[in-house]
Design a protein around this ligand. Structure first.
Ligand code: ZN
Length: 261
């Protein structure tokens, strides 16, 4: 029996892979054997930038935003791939592991929320998750996940390792991430989604939205850098310089010495 080749893992290899089942799945989904899903805190930083860029440009706006025509085309694409299939009746089940059938279920659930207890926000109102997923929200989810995965220095929180790890996104892991991000907004609680429909949906989204996503990622990086610079400038303005007033080190040293003696 051969063992998993990742670090000190002692589990047997799976099928033809050089890794065990867990590390193999992680490499397929996240691009590295030890990587995990993106942390919600990473997505929360990027999502406001994406929402800002998607808004129409006003006459007084100084920061550049995305072209309205480009946004309209992207919304059409997302509507065709994610929203419309959810309104169609479910196809007959031929094979339990058929990616297209599993994807059809996932997309159907996004448009037909069913909850015994709908999720509520702190004020007690139903959240966005209890409403059918719209094209705009889906586009924000896709672009945010894409930026988080491909921005240089993006990190992931691994499951059983102490620190964060850099991401190593390849084509497949980005597609898995995009499909997963959209389907994770699924409405039916307790339903588990396998990797097949994620890959199927992510592949389609990546094919059609790749040029736009690369452009958005560049703009988001620029905005984040500018934000960090402004923050630093503000801190340096507010900070009062530290001026040494009296020399307090000498007496304490002598008292300590006396006490030790
Ligand atoms: Zn392993």
């Amino acid at each position: 029996m051969k063992f998993c080749t990742y670090a000190a893992c002692t589990k047997p290899r799976v099928n033809r892979s050089d890794l065990c089942a867990q590390h193999h799945t992680r490499r397929t989904r996240y691009g590295h054997p030890a990587a995990g899903a993106l942390a919600p805190s990473d997505l929360r930083v990027i999502a406001p930038h994406v929402r800002f860029l998607l808004k129409p440009q006003g006459p007084l706006a100084r920061s550049p935003r995305l072209d309205a025509q480009l946004v309209a085309l992207a919304l059409d694409t997302v509507d065709r791939i994610v929203i419309q299939p959810g309104h169609r009746p479910l196809p007959p089940r031929v094979n339990r592991r058929d990616a297209r059938y599993l994807l059809a279920i996932g997309l159907h659930r996004l448009q037909h929320p069913r909850y015994t207890r709908p999720p509520l926000n702190p004020r007690g109102q139903p959240t966005l998750k209890s409403q059918p997923l719209g094209a705009h929200e889906a586009l924000v989810v896709v672009l945010t996940a894409w930026c988080a995965a491909t921005i240089p220095g993006a990190i992931t929180r691994p499951l059983r390792l102490p620190g964060p790890l850099p991401r190593f996104p390849d084509e497949r892991s980005v597609a898995m991430l995009l499909g997963g991000a959209v389907l994770a907004r699924r409405q039916h609680v307790g339903a588990r989604m396998s990797g097949l429909p994620r890959w199927e949906l992510g592949k389609r989204l990546a094919e059609e939205l790749a040029p736009m996503a690369a452009y958005v990622a560049t703009l988001v990086v620029a905005r984040m850098k500018l934000q960090a610079e402004r923050k630093l400038a503000r801190i340096s303005q507010q900070q009062t310089p530290i001026v040494p007033t009296t020399n307090t080190t000498a007496p304490t040293q002598t008292t300590r010495l006396r006490l030790a003696l």
